[in-house]
Design a protein around this ligand. Structure first.
Ligand code: LLP
Length: 414
């Protein structure tokens, strides 16, 4: 499950030609360690997979999967557009050097501030998620504003319920039966130009039929020149998980588009997880081990830097760095946070874990940095990019001063 450049060696792990032990000593743990070459190659692979079949495709990185200027900037360098939610992610994409024309803004509850920020930046398209978005854009726009309309296609995708977004009753988009009214409403607005439709059915989806069904649902509606099919492709987290390549995803999506919508439409896709998840590991150090009914191996991070197990029951496949072979113990790999739910991996086989060992958890490149938090005063972890034997800090670790920085009362003179 390790990133492509990973080489397990005697007593260490090389990533992008860099020693993980050295990285851990230099930058501390927990740390997000990212294989930069793999990320660049993945970005090109995603672009090629689509443009080789449908040249008029823009791959927009769903920046929510890794809202760091360093990561977005690298993907911008590789020619990708950006999908942002609200003014905050827009600010990050702009700071990363994204061309505003290649940005689409989402949000099921966009505020005036979000819409104003999109208008000020002159982004490519705002994705209208409901009737109130239309009212807000109409009230704020001073020039013709291109939009897409997000359709809720009524597809219950096969994924964790929190990650399914396209079903009947979803909070996202406009149900198919209300779409004609939304189109009519937009057409009455001289400063809103409806370019096309959008559908995103959820995240961590392996059933390609469901993506095709979303395209078919869009085809029941009036035709447009632009279709944005969202993201959602699943990635393997542990051995035995399904593997669906981006090439297969692209082939099925493009085939469905050509069949149902026409070969001449402009296409957008918004992969997040599938682009970034496999290129990163999180490095931890084992702090303590307790033997009892179960063996608890506790590391110096946990739900502060990875909420996936607690929120979505996501499984990971951790490894003790340098102990690539040998007798294993079945343990609870737990974090340092004050709740029993802070389990990184339950019932996992680790090779001779000892206090002080480094543990890597692969496939943490999506949504872990995103949802990191300060639970128990945890400092948010740094991001280290590794490439050609050079490890460089992309995001530094948070400081204790920063932890207190927003407290208006602390040390206030008045
Ligand atoms: N486009 C839209 C409109 C989305 O809402 C999302 C994800 C994507 C694209 C990217 O989907 P992806 O390719 O990453 O599956 N916090 C959750 C993930 C929520 C995903 C939300 N929307 C997690 O930690 O797993």
């Amino acid at each position: 499950m390790l990133p492509p450049s990973a080489v397990p060696v005697e007593g260490d792990l090389l990533l992008g030609g860099c020693s993980l032990k050295t990285i851990a000593d230099r930058f501390g743990t927990p740390a997000y360690v990212l294989d930069e070459t793999a990320l660049r190659e993945r970005a090109r692979r995603f672009r090629d997979a689509f443009t080789s079949l449908h040249p008029k495709t823009t791959v927009c990185f769903a920046s929510k999967a890794y809202p760091s200027v360093s990561v977005i900037g690298l993907l911008v360098e590789e020619g990708l557009g950006s999908d942002v939610v609200g003014a905050g992610e827009l600010m990050m994409a702009l700071a990363a050097g994204a061309d505003p024309a290649g940005i689409v803004m989402h949000g099921n509850a966009k505020s005036d501030l979000d819409i104003q920020a999109a208008l000020d930046a002159g982004i490519g398209r705002i994705v209208v998620d409901g009737f109130d978005d239309i009212d807000r854009i109409a009230a704020l726009a001073t020039a013709v504003t291109p939009v897409l309309l997000r359709v809720s296609p009524g597809i219950e995708s096969a994924t964790h319920s929190a990650l399914a977004t396209g079903g009947v009753g979803a909070k996202f988009g406009i149900p198919v039966d209300q779409v004609p009214a939304a189109i009519a409403r937009i057409e009455r607005e001289p400063l809103i130009r409806l370019d096309g439709l959008h559908a995103h059915i959820g995240s961590q989806i392996f059933e390609l039929d469901q993506f095709e069904a979303a395209v078919a649902a869009l085809a029941t509606l009036p035709r447009f020149g632009v279709y944005d099919l969202g993201g959602g492709l699943g990635v393997p987290y542990v051995p035995g998980d399904p593997i669906v390549t981006v090439e297969r995803w692209a082939e099925r999506l493009v085939r469905a588009v050509h069949r149902h919508l026409g070969a001449d439409v402009e296409l957008l896709v918004e992969p997040g997880r599938s682009l970034v998840a496999p290129v990163q590991v999180t490095a931890y150090r084992i702090v303590t081990i307790k033997h009892g009914v179960r063996t608890h191996v506790a590391v110096d991070g946990g739900m502060g830097d990875n909420l996936e197990p607690s929120l979505y029951g996501q499984r990971f496949a951790p490894l003790v760095v340098g102990k690539w072979r040998g007798p294993t113990q079945t343990v609870e790999l737990v974090g340092r946070h004050c709740e029993s739910g802070d389990v990184l991996v339950s019932g996992v086989d680790l090779v001779e874990p000892e206090v002080g060992d480094l543990v890597v958890v692969p496939v943490t490149g999506a949504y872990c940095f995103t949802m990191s938090n300060n639970y128990n005063g945890a400092l948010k972890a740094p991001v280290v990019f590794c490439r050609d034997g050079v490890a460089r800090l992309a995001v530094r670790r948070e400081t204790y001063d920063e932890l207190l920085a927003r407290e208006v009362g602390v040390g206030a003179a008045d």
